[in-house]
Design a protein around this ligand. Sequence first.
Ligand SMILES: Cc1cc2nc3c(=O)[nH]c(=O)nc-3n(C[C@H](O)[C@H](O)[C@H](O)COP(=O)(O)OP(=O)(O)OC[C@H]3O[C@@H](n4cnc5c(N)ncnc54)[C@H](O)[C@@H]3O)c2cc1C
Length: 480
Amino acid sequence: MTRLIIIGGGIAGLSAAYFALTRPQNPPDEVIVLEKAHRWGGKIATERVDGFVIEGGPDTFIAIKPWGMALARELGVADRLHGSNPKQKATYILHKGRLHPLPGGLTMMIPTDFGGMLRTGLISWPGKLRMGLDFLLPPAKSPGEESLGRFVGRRLGREAYEALIEPLMSGIYAGDGDQLSLQATFPYLRDLEVKHGGLVRGALAAKRERMKRNGAAPGSRSMFVTPQTGLAELVEALVVRLRKLGAELRLGVEVRELKKDSHQYSVFSNQYAVLKADRLILAAPAFVSARLLRPHDPELASLLDAIPYASTATISLAYRLADVPRPLDGYGYVIPRREGRKALACTWTSTKFPHRAPEGMALLRVFVGRAGQEDAIDWTEEGLLAIAREELRLTLGVTAEPFLHRVFIWPRAMPQYNVGHPARVGRILAGLERWPGLALAGNAYHGIGIPDCIHSGEMAVKSLFRSQDERTQVNADASR
Ligand SMILES: Cc1cc2nc3c(=O)[nH]c(=O)nc-3n(C[C@H](O)[C@H](O)[C@H](O)COP(=O)(O)OP(=O)(O)OC[C@H]3O[C@@H](n4cnc5c(N)ncnc54)[C@H](O)[C@@H]3O)c2cc1C
């Protein structure tokens, strides 16, 4: 009998259970998933209420990383996936308190439409001239690990970074671009510089390549997809499938302690005296894994604990359309750090996904919380609601009472892939060598997007069963 226990029932932990049970060879006899909360999905949290579909965490996943689409296909959810509204694709950037349309022609977030860049009011003329230097500056020879801010600043200038690139890129991590590691977040940007001699030149080449491949203007198909009634569909389908496959899924179980003897792990929780496992996947946040491992391996625990996390919140508010003075003619807006607002973005959900609000209603979602600025936020539900309402008043002129609102608070939710992250993860993986039968999964290590988390679950399972698979292969070869 082999028993695999997975700690954490977010998308990474549930995916790990799926990949373990569907292994073509050597599947474990028993898979148990233990989740502290009273629902599955972790950061994926969808509420369906009064005809609204409200996402508390992620609202889409990127389709070009294969693992999300592949899992959706295997679960029979793929035909329920759709992109965002192709008819009103504008995105805005707040600049000196006013919304400016994002210049068209951004490829991999790098501007490639010169007309659009010349016309935009987001960047001053000296700033635009500085961006043009990207064509003349040679690639840096060996800059070492750079922050996103330093890299983009060196190629396109600080102004373009702060006004345009920072709000787009840092928003994904709720991070500080001057801390985020380029290598760990957007490594392809450095590749563009090295291969093509400059960022814009590289982005233009990528755009041509994509047009050749797709036979269409880039951007004509949505890069981000989501199921009809929210991302929870993916979690729901996964849970149904796991039950069919025989997984034991237990909610409300907080794992508090681990012990290891020569062959087995003992898992202690608030619910069971002890559960024994031959293999273990820690798919909880890195700081939780650190806590569980600290008594046995303080060095590994310290490395895990050193991964910083940012707290974040989303506040969804519904209004009658007539109460929103500005036309909601796009997906929403992002707010550069230098604007000094507490919010970092606002999605116009009812335009981005028209079926997610009843006719005549507007659904808006405000994001609050940035790495390094958490102390300035009142993290209570009332405090966050007040910040969101103030943001909507200032930028969209909305003063009406919302028809309904939902506040989702995510303390220490977004791991920060700061400079040093790749080396730290390398040392964590090396430290895991001391722990046979144990693997880590989740958003703290190799990518925070949903497809990355799914992939992390798959890789954790592969790493746990590698030696068994190798033995099976050797036996098969020998008997041939
Ligand atoms: C507001 C927000 C918006 C986002 N937007 C997007 C987006 O649009 N697209 C995208 O791809 N990604 C997005 N992300 C990122 C993505 O949602 C997450 O990175 C991903 O869902 C994390 O999955 P996970 O399984 O690694 O971790 P989690 O979802 O955090 O799951 C870990 C689980 O472990 C459980 N746990 C913790 N401690 C214990 C314990 N001691 N015992 C048992 N269980 C425990 C937790 O309760 C939790 O359920 C967003 C994230 C947030 C917060």
